[in-house]
Design a protein around this ligand. Structure first.
Ligand code: GCW
Length: 721
């Protein structure tokens, strides 16, 4: 008998070990592995002895309760009982204003500060010589956010003794935008197929839906746009709405609302009308009826996101109407249900020959003040697209009377898909912290988007999702950090990239100081490395056509000039870059005078944006004292060198993290090193045709002639359909 018991104990210990080591990334940052430091574990266990939850907990509170039970079981290695009344020292008490006694313990100021979705976590004396932890929120969903915050606190091994955390999101709608098609391909998706199994829904619901929603909630997101902005009207037909309702039901207990994309021509395609003209009464009636139907099926439906008159999508301009006419048509139909209308400003037109980066301002600025109160204009961080580096979009400074949302791209369309390592928080922070000077100094994009400049609501931030059916959700395991970082910044844009990298690394890899320091450092430098080896010194849009993976500075002769690379670098014997000052396209004129002054002079324009705003001769003297050509070459080389440094740093972690994750990243870094060399060689050989200058010392000789790189035609690249 004893032998048998020992066998079982040994066996389960072995199983536990096996589980610990089978790190395939599925658990994301919610791993809840036992806290290794026994003393700390014991201290936590003494501090949290029971979870007090009201008997009739609404679904989101039940989620919070279950998450706490699961999390504490994992972290502390014991089951913490759930009770309805505090009975001992160490109670963790969850409550909303329904619990007047509990609520009285919170000052009115704190109650107000917690807002609609925030929470207060505070450890207090219980009056009987013991302590309890209060988790208080104005609404049930705040308890869910607070539960995740408490578990994060413990996972990060922070002290409980003086716990006093008050946190509320700065932006109201924190949305993932999926570019998922109904056939389950994902536009610019590099992590497998779409998570939404449309053919199986509504009857068959993958357990992954719950895990997805739970992950969103854990970083504070509260909505998801299920479908691609290049929209398919079928999603608005009844069979699909029933499927959407099934997903909404899975997400609701996690405080996540669903949104859809609306194809502007849907009244024709699925409504049988002859027109989709926004000023046609029959069209307005059709949308009203359709939206009423949606709310019957999904009472908490969030609203629509619309891409119109952009890249071939239908829109109001097809009928000689404006973006405001189109947006207001849908906003009016959504308004009775408190639905939100998000209208994208990513527009540029074949008819407009002006610099593409100017066109959003040209089209939208004159419409300022014409949009309904439940309509928000969603603007990408940069004026062109989502390149490794762009200046911020000037449109943020041009619409003082319009609600503006920020759209970021989590999926790595121009940053190496799910192969290269790119931690994007530094890129996003650049945009969030950018000062438009629209209302004087300090009018940052973050403050425009979070409503503090204009006091307008609702406020919205969106991230184009990088999730898919890959077991680890995001393709590149370290790309999970971007999903995490987007959620954390959407909740609180004042967090720093460093804080978030440190948090994510600890949650994902544990607290080994060498592991944490090494991975955080890798993450923080990774985006700049990609800038260096692909588009340094302000170069942009010089990638391969179609799939956008790898170099393509030679891309020319496409249906539109602004789909080529040559349009964006303009290299010839006299120099390189686009003159966007007043002497050139004057895109610079769309920025505040402060920026015009700084960026308008190549002597004061930072190297990072030099060729974005200036066209310069190859021998232009850079701040480093080197000629432009040499500087360009050295930047490309620096990018390659940095990847090699990342490889060495990663290799130093062998044995400190599990083999599965170690190898996963190691292989990708090796591929990135090859990619970096290809970028360097292809671009330098191509530009050298014009510069006619030798590669400076320190730059490796290209492995192949230019023709080799030009002839590479990648096939079946994920995300390009
Ligand atoms: O970046 C470009 C992408 C398109 C995308 C478009 C957009 C959904 O290459 O694939 O289409 O942006 O944002 O609408």
């Amino acid at each position: 008998m004893r032998l048998l018991r020992r066998f079982f104990i040994l066996n389960s210990a072995f199983l536990l070990l096996a589980v610990l080591h089978a790190e395939d990334g599925y658990r994301l940052w919610l791993r809840y592995d036992p806290i290794a430091d026994e003393q700390l574990r014991a201290a936590y266990a003494a501090a949290i002895t029971e979870i007090v939850v009201p008997e009739k907990a609404p679904p989101v509170v039940a989620s919070a309760r279950d998450e706490l039970v699961t999390g504490l079981r994992g972290l502390l290695g014991r089951d913490i009982p759930v009770v309805t009344k505090a009975s001992r020292d160490g109670a963790l008490v969850l409550g909303t204003p329904d619990d007047p006694v509990l609520y009285a313990a919170i000052s009115e100021t704190d109650q107000r500060a917690a807002g609609m979705e925030g929470y207060l976590l505070r450890r207090i004396a219980d009056g009987r010589g013991g302590h309890r932890t209060l988790l208080v929120a104005n609404r049930p969903v705040g308890l869910l956010h607070g539960a995740f915050a408490l578990l994060r606190h413990l996972q990060l091994q922070r002290p409980l003794a003086d716990l006093n955390l008050l946190s509320a999101p700065r932006i109201e709608r924190r949305l993932l935008n999926h570019w998922d098609n109904l056939d389950r391909t994902v536009e610019r998706g590099y992590a497998g197929f779409s998570l939404w199994e449309w053919f199986y829904l509504p009857e068959i619901r993958s357990p992954r839906y719950r895990d997805y929603a739970r992950a969103l909630a854990s970083v504070g997101l509260n909505g998801t746009v299920l479908t691609n902005v290049n929209a398919n009207a079928q999603i608005l037909t009844r069979p699909y709405l029933d499927k959407v309702a099934a997903l909404a039901a899975e997400f609701r207990p996690w405080g996540i609302r669903v949104y859809l994309t609306a194809r502007f021509s849907a009244p024709i395609e699925i409504g049988g009308l002859k027109t989709a003209d926004p000023l046609d009464p029959a069209v307005a009636t059709w949308w009203r009826d359709k939206i009423d139907e949606i709310y019957q099926v999904i009472p908490d439906f969030g609203g629509f996101v619309v891409k119109a008159n952009s890249e071939g999508q239908p829109g109001p301009q097809d009928y000689g109407r404006t973006h405001a006419d189109g947006a207001n048509l849908l906003a009016d139909a959504l308004a009775p249900h408190n639905g939100l209308l998000v209208w994208r400003a990513f527009v540029y037109s074949a008819a407009n020959q002006d610099d593409r980066v100017k066109q959003a301002v040209t089209e939208f600025a004159p419409l300022d003040g014409q949009f309904r109160d439940n309509a928000v204009i969603q603007i990408k961080n940069g004026p062109l697209d989502f390149f490794p580096r762009e200046p911020f979009s000037p449109l943020f400074g041009h619409m003082p009377r319009t609600r503006l949302a920020l759209e970021l791209q989590i999926t790595q369309e121009y940053l190496g898909h799910s192969i290269q390592l790119a931690y994007l928080a530094p890129l996003w922070k650049e945009a969030l912290d950018a000062d438009t000077f629209a209302n004087g100094p300090g009018t940052t994009i973050a403050r425009i988007v979070d409503g503090s400049v204009k006091l307008q609501h609702p406020t919205v931030i969106a991230g184009v999702a990088n999730t898919g059916t890959d077991r680890n959700w995001t393709g590149h395991l370290l790309a999970q950090s971007n999903w995490y970082a987007f959620g954390r910044l959407a909740w609180d844009h004042t967090l720093t990239s460093e804080q978030i990298a440190d948090e994510w690394t600890r949650l994902t890899f544990g607290s080994d100081t060498q592991v944490v320091a090494t991975i955080s450092r890798l993450l923080l430098g990774s985006r700049e490395t990609i800038v260096n080896f692909s588009m340094p010194l302000g170069l942009h849009h010089i990638m391969a056509e179609g799939h956008h993976y790898g170099p393509g500075p030679w891309v020319a002769d496409r249906p539109r000039a602004d789909w080529t690379a040559v349009y964006y670098h303009r290299a010839d014997a006299t120099g390189i870059g686009v003159d966007r000052t007043a002497r050139g396209t004057n895109a610079l004129g769309q920025y505040a005078p402060e920026w015009q002054q700084r960026w308008g002079d190549p002597q004061t324009c930072p190297d990072e944006l030099l060729l974005w705003f200036h066209r310069l001769p190859w021998d232009f003297r850079m701040k480093s004292g080197r000629p432009l050509w040499d500087e360009l070459c050295l930047r490309y080389q620096q990018g390659v060198d940095e990847v090699r440094t990342m490889q060495r740093a990663w290799d130093s972690l062998r044995g400190r993290i599990d083999d599965e994750r170690f190898t996963h990243v190691q292989q990708r870094l090796a591929r990135e090193e090859k990619d970096a060399r290809d970028w360097r060689d292809a671009c330098l050989l191509y530009f050298q045709q014009f510069s006619q200058r030798p590669l400076p010392a320190g730059v490796e000789a290209p492995a192949h002639p230019l023709e080799h790189y030009r002839s590479i035609k990648l096939k079946n690249v994920p995300g390009h359909y």
